[in-house]
Design a protein around this ligand. Structure first.
Ligand code: AP5
Ligand code: MG
Length: 213
């Protein structure tokens, strides 16, 4: 399967990507995670991306497009992939569409996760993640067994730099302006499938597996 996860910040893209990529045995490619890795390793790309990410703005299209095209040519992505957080502008979507056409790749599905602002704000404020294994928690909805500690490897959980109330509003506005138009873009390509992401995690995932069985 070659699929894209679409949805506002906090909709659950990263959360569902873990289960979906395991279920279909495809790599999970998150542009946000790739940028955060570059930021923590202080690469030139990371240093450039950080200023945009901290403000909740989008990293310029050309940087993101190059990063994803490079990732999609890696051996593990040849039989399928799950993109999380890309594309999120019309130029990114067009670059991906052209890349796929040029390389004889067919996009199978865009999994559009819908959730209202009030809920995603609470989800983002409560999000914590493991710096070691990447597992995502939530102090309100998915707390770890022991406060602040990863259930899997015992690492201390961290909060993302951009997970504060001020930046969340900017990220949401950027989503509305730049990314939401992709819903119509992919509807017109007949590959958009919408899911109610206010439901419990297991229910959303079951609905996805049923739709693409
Ligand atoms: P990115 O990392 O992609 O962030 P985002 O789009 O803002 O999305 P999030 O990761 O915040 O939300 P999510 O949908 O993954 O939610 P999650 O599953 O964690 O991008 C960060 C930045 O990088 C951007 O702002 C930009 O600067 C840059 N960037 C990245 N890609 C780019 C691109 N293509 N172009 C330009 N710039 C780019 O869930 C959130 C919380 O909710 C968790 O705590 C989770 O436990 C909880 N939760 C999820 N689902 C449920 C549920 N069903 N029930 C209860 N709790 C739930
Ligand atoms: Mg995410």
């Amino acid at each position: 399967m070659r699929a894209i996860l679409l949805g506002p910040p906090g909709a659950g893209k990263g959360t569902h990507a873990v289960g979906i990529s395991e279920h279909y045995n495809i790599p999970h490619i998150s542009t946000g995670d790739l940028f955060r890795e570059n930021v923590s390793q202080e690469t030139p790309l990371g240093l450039e991306a950080k200023s945009y990410m901290d403000k909740g703005e989008l990293v310029p299209d050309d940087l993101v497009i190059r990063l994803v095209q490079d990732r999609l040519t890696k051996p593990d992505a040849q039989e399928g992939f799950l993109l999380d957080g890309f594309p999120r502008t019309i130029p990114q979507a067009e670059a991906l569409w052209n890349f796929c056409e040029d390389n004889d790749i067919q996009l199978d599905a865009v999994i559009d996760l819908e959730a209202p602002y009030d809920l995603i704000e609470k989800r983002i404020v409560g999000r914590r993640s493991c710096p070691k294994c990447g597992k995502i928690y939530n102090i309100y909805f998915q707390p770890p067994k022991e406060d602040g500690i990863c259930d899997i490897d015992g690492a201390e959980l961290v909060q993302r730099n951009d997970d504060n109330e001020e930046t969340i509003r900017t990220r949401f506005n950027v989503y509305k302006e730049e990314t939401e138009p992709l819903i119509d873009y992919y509807k017109n390509k007949n590959i958009l499938e919408t899911f109610d992401s206010t439901k419990p995690i297991d229910e959303v995932q079951e609905a996805v597996y049923e739709r693409f069985s």
